[in-house]
Write a protein that binds this ligand. Structure first.
Ligand code: BGC
Ligand code: CA
Length: 207
């Protein structure tokens, strides 16, 4: 049996050319599609404007939010006065020295311990308007040896704040008060105003 030829001579060659053309066309079409996809991804100027407007809006909202946080962030509770990193409570009622000290402790504070001349000046001025006011200073443990409620001794540089002729221990006076322009030792059982002191909270952006 003679084998039938598969096709005219050269047919195989023509077939190859066609396949190559088809391949080239496909590749070209593919590249064209890829190019069109890339071009369509580039944002139009209108889209760019919209994006900028969006960013501007977000920025304004952030600015307003920050201002809101600043208003909310208070270093002291509403009824306390801020001064140089601390909060001060000036009582509206009067108590004896021990009950005043306890009242401060119950608020997580201390009957005031004075640590600077500025603080002394601020407290003396504020209490002068209110009347006799207890501070956290006494010589209850040992007569004429004055200690603050935090256990520290009264330093020499603060002794100038005693009023003239004070402390005089007149009929046993072991507790210190703000009296006019300076300090006086008074009887601890007497009811007077009092000042508590505690640390202020710091808002994060102030640190
Ligand atoms: C007070 C004393 C004080 C004296 C000063 C009296 O009323 O009880 O503590 O030393 O006044 O003049
Ligand atoms: Ca006195």
């Amino acid at each position: 049996v003679r084998m039938q030829p598969l096709g005219p001579p050269g047919c195989l060659g023509h077939g190859h050319t066609f396949v190559l053309q088809l391949l080239g066309l496909t590749l070209f079409a593919g590249l064209l599609v890829a190019l069109l996809v890339q071009v369509s991804k580039v944002p139009s100027s209108q889209e760019q404007e919209q994006e900028l407007a969006k960013q501007e809006k977000v920025y304004q909202e952030l600015t307003q939010l920050k201002a809101g946080v600043d208003r909310l962030c208070r270093p002291c509770p509403w009824d306390l006065t801020f001064f140089q990193g601390h909060c001060y409570f000036f009582s509206k009622s009067q108590r004896n020295w021990h009950d005043s000290a306890t009242a401060c402790q119950e608020e997580g504070a201390q009957l005031v311990v004075i640590n600077s001349a500025e603080e002394q000046s601020f407290l003396q001025l504020t209490t002068k308007k209110r009347g006799h006011t207890w501070m956290g200073l006494s010589d209850l443990n040992k007569e004429a040896t004055w200690h603050w409620v935090d256990g520290s001794p009264l330093s020499l540089r603060f002794m100038k704040y005693w009023n003239p002729t004070e402390p005089n221990n007149l009929g046993q006076e072991d507790c210190a008060e703000f009296d006019g322009d300076g300090w006086n030792d008074a009887k601890c059982d007497i009811s007077k105003f009092w000042v508590c002191k505690k640390s202020a909270l710091s808002c994060s952006h102030e640190q």
